[in-house]
Each structure stands twice: as C-alpha cells, then as structure tokens.
Design a protein around this ligand. Structure first.
Ligand SMILES: NC(=O)c1ccc[n+]([C@@H]2O[C@H](COP(=O)([O-])OP(=O)(O)OC[C@H]3O[C@@H](n4cnc5c(N)ncnc54)[C@H](O)[C@@H]3O)[C@@H](O)[C@H]2O)c1
Ligand SMILES: [Mg+2]
Ligand SMILES: [Mg+2]
Ligand SMILES: [Mg+2]
Ligand SMILES: [Zn+2]
Length: 457
C-alpha cells in the first residue's frame, strides 16, 4: 500500500517534469493548481521543472513556476541552478526572469552582466524602507505599540534567533529570526540604553480583518533593537529554542534569504550606533533621530549641525573583491588568509581608499597582496556585508603579469588555479585541491560566474 502510494507520486512528478521539458503550459498550470508541492520536486540528476523549462527555453512555463513560488536556488547534481542553465543555453530572456523579479523589458536596456541580485545573499529587500516615515515620530510611536509590528532583537549586536528541531543533525542548521511583538518587547523599549531602528514595512500589505482605526494603514512595520545588557529578562513570551548568535560568521549565513537581507540592514545600522555614540566632530553627546538613521550632536555650535555632515549618518565601507583571470583565460588567481578554514581559497579583497576609483582599488589591492599587475576591470555584482558594514563590490579583472609575490602580512598564500580545479572545488568533487567560500559569499558568485560564462558544466 505504502509503495503503491509512493510510485503514484513518482509517476506524477515524472509527468510534471516531462510537461515542463516539453513546454506544456496548460498541463503545468493544471497540475500546480492541483498540487503546489510539485514545483520543487526533482527528477534524475536533481533536475527540477524550472531547470527543464530553462534548458529548453520555455519562457511561459518558467514564469508560472516562478510566480507560484518555486525555489530558484535549488541546484542539480552538477551544481547548476535553473538560472545557470538558462544562461548557458543562451536563453537570456529566461535568465532575466531571475533578476529583480523578472522585469525583463527594463533589463533588456542593459547589457547582461550575468549575476541576478536575487542570487546574492544579504541582498534581498523584502521590506520597503519608507525613509519618508523616519521623521514622522507620531507614526513611528504608533507603530511601536501596534500588535502587528515585528521586532527583532540584538544583544551586543548578536542576533536573537530560534532553531528548528533538526538543528543538531542538519549540515546547515535551521536558524530563523526570533520575531517578537510589541508586548514582548515593552519593557526593553522603555530602557534608556536600548537603540531602536525603524527598518521599514512589509512590501506585501496584509488585509486586516478588523475595521481600520485612524493610525491603522495596514502596513506591518519592522524595528530592530540592540542593547549592551542581556535583555532576556525584559522579554516576554520568547520561544524556548531561542538563542543569540555569538559568531556572526558563519552563523548569520544560515538564515533564509529574506531574513538575511533584513539582518544585514539592521546589524549594520546598529553597529554604527554602537561605534559612534559620541559626535565624531566634537566629541559631545548625541541624540538618536530619524527612526535610528541619524545621530545629532547636542552641542549647539557644533560644525556637524551646519550643512550636510556625513558623520551624522550610518557609514558604509566600500570594499573591492575581485577574481583575477590569467591572460591565458584558463586560470584564476585565488588567495588565502591565515584566518580562513584550512584548504579554503577565495578572491582577493581590500578596502577602497579615499580618492580612488573601483578600478584603481582593484589594481592596487591585487598588486599589494599578490604582486600581480592587473589591466581591464569589469564590475559584476555587489553584496552588503554586515560585519560590520561593508559593501563588497565584485569585479572580474585580467592580469598583465603572472608571477606571484604575496604580502605575508595580509595573505598566507596565493595561487593560480585551472578552470578544472575550480570546477572540482565548486562541485566539491573528491579530487578537489581546495575548497570554495560558501555560496552566500560574493566570492563564490564571482567564481561561479566565470565558470558559467563559457564552460559546459
Ligand atoms: N564577502 C566575501 O566574500 C569576502 C571575502 C573576503 C573579504 N571580505 C571582507 O572584505 C573586507 C576587506 O578585506 P581585507 O581585510 O582583505 O581588506 P584590505 O586588504 O584592505 O586589508 C585590511 C587592512 O586594511 C586596513 N583598512 C583600511 N581601510 C579600512 C577600513 N575602512 N576598515 C577596516 N580596515 C581598514 C586595516 O589595516 C586592515 O587590517 C573585510 O572586512 C572582509 O571581511 C569579504
Ligand atoms: Mg585584502
Ligand atoms: Mg590589502
Ligand atoms: Mg587595503
Ligand atoms: Zn559635535
């Protein structure tokens, strides 16, 4: 009986995948409306319906699978996502469905750089930041006491999360934001040293069942709170499985994509507050303004109060991170810092200095760290990195020289790796000679993008 049930299900999955491969939109729509769980089922070699649609150029089928919420990040046994497959087989219009929610008309105006924003961890914005509300203190106060509002809590910048029951056994722990409501954080909000940051409102507006009152606009607001003292005692009705993430790296990488995006925003702004408590211009006390997105000096004659002073706003440090390609086109330069896990090599990276362009910073950092001279530089994609507040600007570049001389203060080792060695590392093959940074790091995307540009994985 059990086996018969299983095989009926297998048969249905097989049919579904077959219709996706053939582009039968009608059958696919009918099957999804009957059973939505089919959309992420896999067949041979780990291929999903979306991958089959992407392989055979069936735009409408890919579109309906995506609009029904299929998981675009799944990979097959060769390590390819449906996006990689669409790009490899030249179906650019399908590849563009994966970029910024698929507004393909707008993206046709730009050259295809190849990496969709959606693929980059910490990039996902599921909140509308609504910066115009930051100066509306009445609205912010009403939202802070609204039962719909979501609060996330940090203790010394360590995020409060909960874990699923499979935490101990899963290779990637199941970590979720601990989302609290106004009554749970009431006491914490009243504490004088709690920093409060308004993060935005959910883009998806919920229809309220009760009749709206004057301050009810149907918008669900999110706030982040940070305190230097253990807030556990102040919090009411928190999940028994909740705990504070002590090591941002790698633990913040275990959140889902939406929650990672909110966390990147929250943690970077809160880290700025904890490091810039006093006015950087005159050293006086400051006041938190604009929903936690500004600090204003309390000294009346302070220079920071005249004109636009960037010290009053959260800081972002731009960092270049680059994959350097060998002039033979078949190798790339990767390096390792002493602090990396054993065997791991990554792209070289460095802070942009004042008065420097992205291209100049790439050439200078590569020369400093590896002794390799770099010519052309091309921007590929970027990633907010909330440890504490960098913007990683990912580039591809081409070397003009190939001899390596590492700066031992910064890099333990740098090496040229062949395309095959990189493919082996990406696929975690037995013969791999090094390990890659995790898929959540922009370095991973830069390497994968290079391989995907012209290799048949
Ligand atoms: N997302 C990724 O895949 C990835 C990969 C590698 C590095 N990173 C991040 O990139 C950042 C920069 O890389 P790096 O450390 O190789 O840079 P780097 O090569 O410029 O060297 C770092 C040194 O530069 C100095 N420095 C200059 N400006 C600085 C600033 N604004 N903040 C801090 N130090 C500054 C410090 O002395 C520091 O020790 C690091 O924070 C690292 O966490 C991310
Ligand atoms: Mg560096
Ligand atoms: Mg450097
Ligand atoms: Mg540097
Ligand atoms: Zn001041």
């Amino acid at each position: 009986m059990f086996n018969a049930h299983l095989s009926a299900k297998d048969e249905m999955v097989e049919k579904f995948l077959d219709y996706a491969a053939k582009g039968d939109l009608e059958k696919i729509s009918a099957m999804i409306s009957h059973s939505t769980t089919l959309i992420n089922e896999r067949g041979e070699q780990g291929w999903t319906a979306l991958m089959f649609a992407a392989r055979n150029g069936h735009y409408e089928v890919a579109k309906i699978l995506i609009s029904n919420g299929c998981d675009k990040s799944l990979v097959n046994k060769s390590g390819q996502t449906a996006y990689d497959i669409a790009k490899f087989w030249g179906y650019k219009h399908i590849a563009k469905l994966f970029i910024n929610g698929g507004d393909s008309n707008l993206h046709n105006l730009l050259p295809c750089t190849g990496v969709g924003d959606q693929e980059i961890y910490f990039n996902r914005e599921f909140l509308n930041r609504m910066s115009e509300k930051r100066t509306n203190s009445e609205w912010l106060a009403a939202k802070q006491s609204s039962p719909e509002t979501v609060f996330i809590v940090f203790y010394n910048l360590n995020l409060l999360v909960t874990s699923g029951p499979d935490k101990e056994t899963a290779s990637q722990p199941n970590v979720k934001l601990c989302k609290l409501n106004a009554s749970s954080v009431e006491a914490l909000l009243k504490k004088i040293d709690t920093t409060v940051v308004f993060l935005g409102v959910e883009k998806e507006v919920k229809k309220s069942s009760s009749s709206p009152t004057a301050d009810e606009d149907g918008l669900v607001a999110w706030f982040a709170l940070n305190t230097d003292e253990d807030p556990t005692e102040c919090l009411k009705s928190i999940d028994a499985n909740s705990f504070y993430i002590k090591r941002p790296m790698p633990d913040l990488l275990f959140l889902n994509e939406d929650e990672a995006g909110v966390t990147a925003h929250a943690r970077s702004v809160l880290a700025w507050h904890s490091r810039y408590k006093f006015c950087p211009t005159c050293g006086s006390e400051t006041r938190v303004d604009e929903g936690g997105h500004k600090r204003t000096c309390l000294r009346e004659d302070c220079k920071s109060l005249k004109g636009v002073h960037n010290t009053c706003y959260p800081r972002v440090d731009p960092v270049v991170i680059m994959l350097v390609l060998h002039p033979d086109g078949n190798q790339c330069l990767l390096g390792r810092k002493k602090i990396f896990p054993p065997g791991m090599f990554s792209c070289l990276a460095g802070f942009i200095e004042p008065g420097e362009t992205i291209e100049e910073a790439v050439r200078r950092e590569v020369l400093e760290e590896s002794g390799v001279r770099v010519g052309p530089v091309q921007y590929v994609s970027c990633q907010p990195w909330p440890m504490p507040s960098s913007l990683m600007i990912g580039c591809h570049s081409v070397a003009l020289s190939t001899d390596i001389k590492v700066d031992e203060n910064e890099i333990e080792e740098a090496r040229w790796f062949t395309r095959q060695q990189v493919v082996d590392a990406l696929l975690k093959a037995k013969q791999a000679v090094f390990t890659m940074p995790p898929r959540q790091a922009v370095a991973h995307n830069l390497v994968k993008h290079w391989i995907g540009m012209n290799a048949n994985l």
